[in-house]
Design a protein around this ligand. Structure first.
Ligand code: C5P
Length: 239
């Protein structure tokens, strides 16, 4: 495989073309942003840890029947993935109340929800990724009602598998965000990444935050938290 020109640079990743039309290389950066890029920073080993964590999670999900874009990890900060058209919707799942939902609804952070909560956000940086509903998504041409149904079912299955995996790690999966994409033959697959950048992960015993909230809220020990997740994840997938 030959790596070619950069196709895209996002806040935390770069995407490169390869000599194969349907495969791209994703490179994880150490840069971190929060609050729609109003807060910027970078922390040691972030790219390497997110690449390693996302690889293990995508392999676990694929093993359990989830279609994904992931092909293989190439090195410390790169992975080879199928080229997809990203559906411009962020699928956010909440098992506990935290973050923007706690703020928006004036509910205390940390409450367990009796139902799984799905938020749909329109991926549009200029608008700050606004919360929308299914009708808006169809109006915007982002997905059809049938596709949304498939996307919610896939997201729900991913949530159940992730809850079980993090449970083994003695971690509460508070919430997370995923992105889905369409392959050249029109199949909807899990894309982007799943890492402490995209999930809220709390230690079950101490409730210590082991995710990007340590960066967002200036809690310190950011790299250490990501390392802790990687250590526990390696043990969980190998057991
Ligand atoms: O900010 P909010 O509380 O809505 O975030 C919910 C979950 O989605 C968190 O785990 C957060 O890390 C993730 N998220 C993300 N990318 C975004 C927005 C939220 O990974 N653009």
């Amino acid at each position: 495989m030959e790596k070619k020109e950069m196709l895209y640079e996002g806040k935390a990743k770069q995407v490169f073309a390869t000599d194969k039309a349907d495969e791209v290389v994703v490179r994880y950066k150490d840069d971190a942003t929060a609050f729609n890029a109003q807060k910027r920073g970078s922390f040691a080993r972030k790219g390497e840890l997110n690449n390693a964590i996302s690889t293990l999670i995508f392999e676990y999900l694929a093993k359990n029947g989830i279609p994904t874009h992931f092909i293989e990890k190439l090195g410390d900060i790169e992975q080879l993935v199928k080229k997809v058209d990203i559906i411009p919707l962020e699928m956010v799942v909440r098992n506990y109340v935290a973050g923007s939902m706690a703020q928006r609804l004036g509910v205390e952070e940390g409450l367990k929800s009796p139902v799984t909560i799905f938020d749909l956000c329109y991926k549009k940086d200029e608008l700050g990724d606004p919360l929308i509903n299914d009708h808006h998504a169809v109006f915007l041409g982002a997905a059809s009602y049938d596709e949304l149904k498939e996307m919610y079912a896939l997201t729900d299955k991913i949530n159940q598998l992730l809850i079980a995996l993090f449970d083994k790690m003695n971690i509460i999966l508070v919430d997370f965000k995923i992105e889905l994409g369409k392959t050249s033959d029109g199949k909807i697959v899990l894309a982007d990444e799943i890492s402490p950048d995209t999930c809220r992960l709390w230690d079950k015993d101490t409730m210590k935050k082991l995710d990007k909230d340590r960066f967002r809220r200036d809690l310190g020990e950011v790299t250490e938290a990501y390392e802790e997740i990687y250590d526990r994840l390696q043990k969980a997938v190998n057991s």
